[in-house]
Design a protein around this ligand. Sequence first.
Ligand code: ASP
Length: 332
Amino acid sequence: MIAFGALGGTISMVSGDESGIRPSLGAEDLVTSVSAAAGVRIRTATLQRVGSSSLTARQLVETLAWAEQEVDAGAAGVVISQGTDTLEETAYLWDLLWQRSEPLIVTAAMRGPEQPGADGPANVLAAFTVAASPGARDRGVLTVLDDQIHAARWVRKSHTVRTGAFASPGAAALGLLVEGEVAWTATTPRDPAVPAPDRAALAAADWPWVPLLEFHLGDDGRLARAAVDAGAAALVVAGSGGGHVSIPASDVYAELARRVPVVLAGRTAAGPVLQRTYGYQGAEIDLIARGLLPAGWLAPLKARTLTQLLLAAGADRDQLAAELARRGRLPR
Ligand code: ASP
């Protein structure tokens, strides 16, 4: 048996009386056309009906708790459908907390069900196939869209409209679906789950505000300071290139790093934040020496998700630094 939970997103959106498509269909509607082809028993649950930008931390933890209960009740795997817009964040959050061997698959659609060539049914069917695949066990959370399988740790939404919008920049897809079967093409090391309080406590926790700020020419750090003054518990800065900011911004970030954890990620599409190449003011050696915590290979949204989760789970700055170092590194 595979459990299927629906959260909303384009895959569920149809046009009603008002303009534009909106979340509407539930889990049962999404499996109707594919359940026979899936060849496994499917248990459905409509968990939310929202655009994925409105998903809250509480809803995400409750969804995780639902998935865990389904596995405890005998599900061989779990599939969650949601919107594509924030899938790279939700899948990674669940991946950080998912401790089971059973696969947790996240899928979605780029085209609504009323559009020609709607990709929802094919994606849901492919997700069921991967969820039932023995080779998917012990791989953590995976995403399945456009017949490609990606690790939650790497996947990013890389296009606003194409059905092949999901990619793992700087890494490889883990596999693909061919003639209804899963072909695995890569493995990825799996870090242990983040130690966190029980799900009810985590869902009820006051999740701290951790804004992500992207550096741009002319950025002097004003927005970062305003964010900390307004209560940010930590900052993630997506620096240019290998993790660089301007000279004025570097002074502000160095000052802020004495007040809250400041994580240094990179705004470039792929590759890690550097640690020991550039020595000018505002470059990575200077920023790290002045207290910023490098995110390694974690993309800015992944680093932000990890930072917020750890703080919500009660981690201090040293624990955050250790987890960023561990989860941001690649084996050498
Ligand atoms: N455009 C989005 C999607 O692909 C809407 C959302 O993320 O909910 O589903």
